[in-house]
Design a protein around this ligand. Structure first.
Ligand SMILES: NC(=O)c1ccc[n+]([C@@H]2O[C@H](COP(=O)([O-])OP(=O)(O)OC[C@H]3O[C@@H](n4cnc5c(N)ncnc54)[C@H](OP(=O)(O)O)[C@@H]3O)[C@@H](O)[C@H]2O)c1
Length: 482
């Protein structure tokens, strides 16, 4: 499908927040310049502060400078394309916003094409959708798109409520739910890797694969996010969205065509094929103090803003099964945690052991199963492990590997937000999460939030609690740490 970019107004609700200054404005600027789209886009920042156009431009200049752009290159864009509207503290905010939008569209000859990017605290998503809808802004002679940041709901019922509110004013084809993981080149590459390479896809099933592991490890703690994180925890922050997305892309069937709905149909089928998760297949844990890169770090409960008796999980390990023809009997082990030894997201594909070892008479000869390790970040690429004969006698096998590093082939990769923003401008929904995906994922994980899960502990700087190791050990396996 071909997508072009029409003249439009890019409205950022929450334009004075962290996400806007750190990610959205720099990424939007880079996309517009790199794709030669500068003349197609006017930006309207919206917040509650009374900044005025010039106040907002001043802060945007500072943010773009901090993102590595030179003041000379950005100054013209800031002066001619950035505008600001305060919602103020009264109920008139959205009708004033509607007037401003219409006047900017008239001044810049924009035919009613509008993008509303909700860079707001999640508690404000409903108010913002209602404000846009009730002020008539979701209707126009042009196209309308609404972009919603994660988290989309905090459990099954809240995600359903949010979806039903969104549907009151917008059609699903207008809603772009962001999971920034999907903007990463390596996550998108999972589909190319699998469906453009017969050598891998022909092995991608229960006959050849004995287990999979997906790990998303962070070495950082919660930084300044205590208020959000202590209420959310790792299940809501990472598992329900990022890990569920990686799992779906890893396990899905080939789509009929490479376009948004076909791909999303296949992803949601994976989530629907997962039986309810058993409590004893899940380990929740929280970090104690420890050392990371030789530096002492405090425990989770000692982090500023965290309740001293908090039982929020900062680590989860779990075993899932996918009850379909391709994956029946193949366990998928998922793991995420904060304050682990290093930042890394990887998929480990463990292939089956050869059925017999014909080298048995040579006692020094041990066969290792083949393994494919796909690194999604930070050193994007993959590593394929296989056995070779060591030279000379006696007969010995040695595991060697083939490596592919994205950076060697293509240099540094662009930021996920750039990819996603370009897709929003084009109206391509492939990398955005559909309502049924969000709800199916919540259906799967919400029961864990409703159970009284025991919280184990682990030392910061380790790969999690011993209970997570036992989860695999009881199946005769071990975690493959990055
Ligand atoms: N920060 C990140 O790197 C990051 C990464 C991934 C996802 N996210 C998600 O992005 C969203 C925004 O995060 P953030 O870190 O940018 O939040 P933030 O720094 O707290 O910014 C909040 C923004 O919302 C505006 N705001 C507050 N009350 C409002 C109201 N009643 N009506 C309209 N606007 C209001 C604020 O405007 P005033 O300042 O003018 O009041 C400010 O611009 C969240 O959903 C978060 O989960 C953030």
């Amino acid at each position: 499908m071909d997508f072009s970019v029409d003249r439009h107004l890019f409205v950022i609700l929450g334009a004075t927040g962290n996400l806007s200054f750190l990610k959205l404005l720099p990424s939007l600027y880079r996309v517009l310049m790199e794709k030669n789209l500068k003349d197609s886009c006017q930006v309207l920042g919206v917040g509650t502060k009374d900044l005025g156009d010039e106040g907002f431009r001043e802060r945007a200049r500072e943010a773009l400078k901090n993102a590595g752009l030179s003041p000379e290159e950005i100054s013209d864009w800031c002066d001619s394309c950035l505008h600001y509207q305060s919602l103020g503290k009264t109920s008139q905010g959205y009708s004033k916003l509607a007037e401003r939008i219409k006047s900017l569209e008239a001044d810049h000859k924009i035919p009613g094409n509008r993008i509303f990017y909700l860079a707001l605290p999640p508690s404000l998503f409903p108010t913002a959708m209602e404000g846009i809808g009730e002020s008539g802004l979701s209707q126009s002679p042009g196209w309308i798109r609404i972009v919603i940041e994660k988290p989309f709901g905090s459990d099954l019922s809240s995600s359903r409520e949010l979806n039903s509110l969104a549907r009151r004013y917008f059609d699903e084809s207008q809603i772009f739910r962001i999971d920034h993981y999907l903007g990463k080149e390596t996550v998108q590459n999972l589909l190319i890797f699998r469906f453009a390479n017969t050598i891998f896809e022909s092995l991608w099933n229960r006959d050849r694969i004995e287990s999979m592991q997906i790990t998303m490890a962070e070495s950082i703690g919660i930084e300044e996010r205590a208020r959000y994180y202590d209420r959310a925890g790792a299940l809501r922050d990472i598992v329900q969205n990022h890990l569920a997305q990686i799992l779906s892309l890893t396990a899905m069937e080939a789509p009929a065509v490479f376009e948004a709905d076909s791909i999303r149909d296949e992803k949601v089928k994976v989530l629907r094929s997962i039986p309810p998760i058993r409590m004893d297949d899940v380990v929740f844990a929280q970090y104690e103090k420890g050392q990371i890169k030789n530096k002492a770090v405090r425990s989770y409960r000692e982090e500023p803003g965290v309740a001293p008796d908090s039982s929020t999980e900062t680590f989860i390990a779990m075993k899932l099964e996918i009850d379909n023809w391709r994956w029946q009997g193949v366990p998928f082990y998922l793991r995420t945690g904060k304050r682990l030894p290093r930042r890394n997201t990887q998929i480990v594909v463990n292939f089956r052991h050869p059925p017999i070892c014909i080298f048995k008479p040579h006692s020094s000869c041990q066969i290792q199963s083949n393994r494919l390790l796909i690194t999604l970040q930070p050193d994007e690429g993959f590593h394929l492990f296989f056995d070779v004969k060591e030279p000379e006698e006696p007969l010995r096998l040695k595991t060697e590997s083939l490596h592919f590093h994205y950076k060697d082939a293509f240099g540094p990769l662009s930021d996920a937000y750039q990819t996603l923003i370009h897709d929003i401008l084009k109206g391509d929904q492939t990398l955005f999460v559909r309502a049924d995906e969000v709800e199916t994922s919540w259906e799967l994980f919400t029961p864990l939030l409703e159970k009284d899960m025991p919280i184990f502990s682990y030392e910061a700087g380790t790969w999690g609690p011993k209970e997570a190791d036992q989860l695999l050990k009881r199946d005769g396996r071990t975690w493959i740490n990055p």
